[in-house]
Design a protein around this ligand. Sequence first.
Ligand code: HEC
Length: 404
Amino acid sequence: MFTKAVIPAAASTALLTIAAITPSQGTSPSPNFAEDIAPIIQKNCLPCHGPNGIGPFDFTTYRKFNQHIELIRIQTLSRNMPPTHSSSDFGQIAEAPPLTDQEIIALQGYIRAGLPEGQPLLNPISGPQKHETQPTKVFKPNSPLPSRAEGVMYWQTATFPVAEATHLTSISITPENPRIVRSAQFYVASPGTNLKLIPVNPNTLITAPGVTPLGAWAPGFPTWKLPPKTSFTIPKGSLLIVASKIQPSGRSQSTNFSLNLTKTTQPQPNAAEIVSFRNSNFEIPANEAPVITIGKTFTQPATLIGLIPKARFYCGVISAKVTEPNQKTRKLLELDRWNPFWTGNYQFTKPVNVPAQARLEFNFTYYNDDRCSMNEFRDPETVVSGPRWEDEVCEMHLLISRPR
Ligand code: HEC
């Protein structure tokens, strides 16, 4: 199960913090399901724990939610659920919103008070509005999904040839089985890219010359979408690559999805581009937890739409910050529990303007010790950067926008 899969170094600390806050809040009347808990479920859980969600349970009624209350207590208190751990000084990231301290306190208060129902709800809680998109292409795998043991995830890549220059404004996918196709990542391979160089099992990333990551998608969350008047031009002859994360159910089930693209006929006034930073020559000694920093001073002003971090299983924390010419530093993104199986869409809900001469810095913390699940059944060994799944990577790709 993913919650145990990767180094949740922050889990125990988060638990202590919340436990310490709770008593001082004890005087308020106890929260009830209808008024206090249902809105939290709707906003934070139903993208995945609805009737057809990717999560294991359905939380749409008082009775169904309470059936799992002990697990819910643990999962929310440890901040394992919702499964995202990002924050920023620049407003919300388009990814799953984490629970606030107040929401966790409300849930704990509700449980301590003996699950008061309040005014019974007439209808099941309904999930967030789904937006409609036109499927442009359905990907069908060549052979049906082989039966595999529960829990063994793998990545499947599909390529879509781009026959004419395309001015993209959004991408998402609609899986036939949302519980099987758990998330997806989008890449563009420029014309003439040697696809044989792409690792067969990308394990959340395709690093190959000529291949640029565009972003990610996960069910129930805001889709990969550019701000108004902005488009990303994919040149004629490129390939759009979708790497989808497959969670086999043990039965033979379809891994098909439709790819939903919105595009404009003309390029928009602002061009979206990817600017990449990477360190591809590093070593992580056994039993060490180094921080690897990459970054750059921007000579031109830039408008930042989102960030696409790339790392594998040894990585625990990823942070990005901007230092303005007046030395003021602000956090662009902090992922306090990086998990390559749960990479989301780290776009800002409002683009961030970065002035000229600002320095962008990205810090990746790697745990090559017993905090990392890779070392669960063996002594840590030196890890190197590279393409194999047991290697590491350190990459940050910025989705920026510039006037054409
Ligand atoms: C992004 C989708 C997503 C969101 C949002 C989400 N969950 Fe989950 N949740 C999952 C998935 C997927 C699993 C199954 C974990 C696995 O297969 O490893 C899960 C598992 C769980 C479990 C079972 C854990 C166990 O030990 O078996 C609980 C309890 C849970 N979620 C509670 C919640 C609550 C409460 C919320 C809202 C506050 C929430 N989740 C929000 C996707 C989500």
